[in-house]
Design a protein around this ligand. Sequence first.
Ligand code: TEU
Ligand code: CA
Length: 535
Amino acid sequence: MKKHWWHQATIYQIYPRSFMDSNGDGIGDLKGIISKLDYLEKLGITAIWLSPVYQSPMDDNGYDISDYQAIASIFGDMADMDRLLAEAKARGIRIIMDLVVNHTSDEHAWFIEARENPASPKRDYYIWRDQPNHLQSTFSGSAWQYDEASGQYYLHLFSKRQPDLNWENAELRSKIYDMMNFWIDKGIGGFRMDVIDLIGKLPDQEITGNGPKLHTYLKEMHQATFGQHDLLTVGETWGATPAIARQYSKPDNEELSMVFQFEHIGLQHQPDAPKWVYRDHLDVPALKAIFTKWQTELTLGQGWNSLFWNNHDLPRVLSIWGNDSQYREKSAKALAILLHLMRGTPYIYQGEEIGMTNYPFESLDQVNDIESLNYAKEALANGADAQDILDSIRKVGRDNARTPMQWTAKAQAGFTTGQAWLPVNPNHDTINVQAALADPDSIFYTYQKLVALRKEQSWLVDADFTLLETTDQVFAYIRKDQTDRYLVVANLSDQEQAFPCVEQVAATIISNTDENQVLAQQQLAAWDAFCVKLA
Ligand code: TEU
Ligand code: CA
């Protein structure tokens, strides 16, 4: 089995708007990112997944692209982008671009032409129908928008300013591949592919995810673009099962390196309910079952996992499943140790490495996210209670991940010299990079250690995974390769838990506690976690 650089890499996701502002306009930008590359080098990460920085009217903060080969002026220009690539490369860091090709912005030249001139070949780049059906937008309401001029409806699975592209059109596909090659030629490290499982949709049958031609398109894309290069490609696939994930990521299939699956994230809301019907109490046995399934069904050569707790669409895991008050540091480290020692490529979302938390939203005025605002509007119109709506947004709204990165205890958390576009979390007075770097026992150094382990210890890639039978709130597993066995244990609760274990320890790999005492007393304190090599 050929091993790739990304098998032993840890990826760091940057949401550019919220990372670092270089010019005081309150919005993060490329020069800001460049100024923090030394920090990322210290953390040790191999690559950055950069959320979209392309030209965009910012209806969905850049996931609505009007020109794939230009940089949004609020973020900088192409010269800044080239400098970011070069400066990152000088530090051994690759840049993974966000590929958003399920839809464009309604301000993309293709859509402007398609709308203005129904006879144009561009018309068929999008999806037009005389009548809408029942398809719903992820951002509330019908997925069809009426276009007065032509008397037809166009499809938008996200906002009405994000018209869906028609992947049936071969000319469109080849333009997308040209655009991808433009970026590959610049020397990028790969692509994160936004909602890629939707591109094979059959709107008339109301099939959106996992359409019949999805994998045909991905094989074609692989051949036409990244197939000859050693790039990381990761698909965002909400509807993936392990079998589907193998289809994407089995090397012989020549599609993607890996996908993001979201089955564990599904435990953040009630079964079969929208995300707003949240469930903040972690069901640990269910979490164990889900990870065990993915760890055992995606084995080296047959598929590859990506490992994540957070991204720019999710609440901070520390707030929803950890304990972000009494056990903030301990629980952050426990969640990190548990995840990063599984098989797969780990992803860190900006601020996770210093234990950033959800924001205490108190009114809709503080909310920016289109998904949250559309939900609030629709729920209010349906008679829902305003406090309940705000409560859901505070718990699981996307802005929790998007408040500015907390660099210092000073005004605006050192993110900007102006006024940040989204409020800065008041807890930046204690939770910030400067404080984390100064404390040798901080969450940051646990992440730094995990990133280093990923590069150094090849068993993380090769060893198999077995869940250990334990009490409900304890998640423990064994990784075993040809020669060695490793035990990973995490107490995912605020209570002490019994941990009877007869194994002998050969060496400690990483720990947030006194693991020898834990093993001697057969008792885990709240959020204790460690990994040991077994004798
Ligand atoms: O997200 C896909 C998606 O389906 C999200 O809307 C997700 O369901 C929701 O945010 C969970 O709360 C991707 C991007 O990650 C997201 O930021 C974009 O808004 C979306 O696609 C449209 O491009
Ligand atoms: Ca700026």
